[in-house]
Design a protein around this ligand. Structure first.
Ligand SMILES: [Mg+2]
Length: 367
């Protein structure tokens, strides 16, 4: 009798793909100090493998203007890897070396990440498991927080109260109002509305300069905030470091960093006390694993940005995991959106990266 654990299965190959674009309207516009989000333009990538299994991913282009070019890039890249073995990290590295001269930030980086996420999804599905188990970890409850927009004192308090009623243990408020006292008033109103029990994070969305940030953040330094996010430009590492040194409240940054190299440079510059990579901009699952390994080696707490289903899994595999950003923006096109109970997200029973399409909605929202 041959031992089945010693049989070697031929690796699956990439045999086809389907790339679609959708525009998912927000149930309510999400306002920030740097503009309003009213819809999510998304590229949905399906990669077909020789096993018949299909891997899925979501690429978020922020603006509908970038939707078609991103979808075209993904299709062209996928055409170039037809017939190749399903080895996501190797494909990621090959793209990086092939596009060294062009560079892999911006739309090309998003397209490469979209492919990477779909390849990992397919690989996990072929093994009839989740990505978190595929990388050697197990599902566990993940502490989540909800989002409050740039909605003024009364509006922010109302939304925060709704999150608290749903059992969430934290909320993140968009601030950066014209006057520092307004920021303070919003924070205090949210604290009162949530009964003083919830973790409160605030997000400036890159709207301040370092000197102004120091002046303004000092007024928030005694408010017991869990973190202050992106006070200055995301890639101003030295500016962020200056702010982080002057302020006692932890500084959070990372959703706009491109790939593990940006993470490395930010860590070297001591730009931020905490980090929150975006699974797309950081380079898909491959980029996430490499970037968060750097964070772990430096004992830096890791949170995420958007992609709730996939990020919740990746947080389970991140040794310094901190807070999951819960967002329901893309729920309309997801067959079974991430479940959060009592403030904890659960990825139990997920397959692949946890996302299958609600095909009826995808058809209705086609761009
Ligand atoms: Mg943010």
């Amino acid at each position: 009798m041959s031992d089945p654990s010693r049989t070697h299965r031929l690796p699956a190959t990439i045999t086809g793909f389907n790339v679609r674009a959708v525009r998912v309207p927000m149930s309510e516009p999400h306002r920030t100090a740097s503009g309003s989000v009213t819809e999510s333009p998304l590229v949905l990538t399906d990669i077909v493998t020789s096993e018949g299994v299909v891997g899925h991913s979501i690429t978020f282009t922020y603006t509908a203007i970038a939707l078609k070019p991103t979808a075209d890039l993904i299709s062209s890249l996928l055409l170039s890897i037809q017939g190749e073995p399903l080895a996501p990290a190797d494909i990621f590295d090959r793209f990086a070396s092939r596009f060294r001269l062009l560079g892999t930030k911006g739309l090309l980086g998003m397209a490469i990440a979209g492919i990477d996420m779909a390849l990992w999804d397919a690989l996990a599905r072929i093994h009839q498991t989740s990505i978190v188990r595929l990388v050697g970890s197990a599902p566990k409850p993940v502490l989540a927080y909800g989002a409050v927009g740039y909605d003024g004192v009364a509006g922010s308090a109302r939304v925060a109260e709704q999150w608290a009623k749903r059992g969430f243990k934290g909320v993140k408020i968009k601030i950066g109002y014209p006057a520092a006292d307004e920021d303070l008033a919003v924070v205090r109103a949210v604290r009162t509305a949530t009964g003083g029990e919830l973790a409160i994070m605030v997000d400036y969305n890159q709207s301040l300069t370092p000197p102004t940030a120091i002046e303004r953040l000092r007024k928030l330094d005694d408010e017991g905030l869990t973190w202050i996010e992106e006070p200055v430009l995301a890639h101003d590492y030295s500016g962020h470091a200056t702010v982080a040194q002057a302020i006692r409240t932890p500084i959070q940054c990372g959703e706009n960093w491109w790939g593990p190299q940006d993470m490395r440079q930010a860590i070297e510059a001591r730009a931020s006390d905490y980090v929150m990579p975006d699974v797309m901009k950081i380079g898909g699952v491959t980029g996430w694993l490499r970037a968060t390994a750097l964070a772990e080696a430096h004992s830096i707490p890791v949170s995420n940005h958007l992609w709730p289903e996939l990020s919740a899994q990746l947080m389970c595999a991140t040794p310094t995991a901190h807070y999951l950003e819960y967002a329901d923006w893309w729920n309309p096109i997801v067959a079974e959106p991430l479940q959060v109970a009592n403030g904890m997200a659960s990825v139990d029973g997920a397959i692949g990266g946890g996302v299958d399409w609600n095909e009826a909605a995808v058809a209705r929202l086609a761009a």
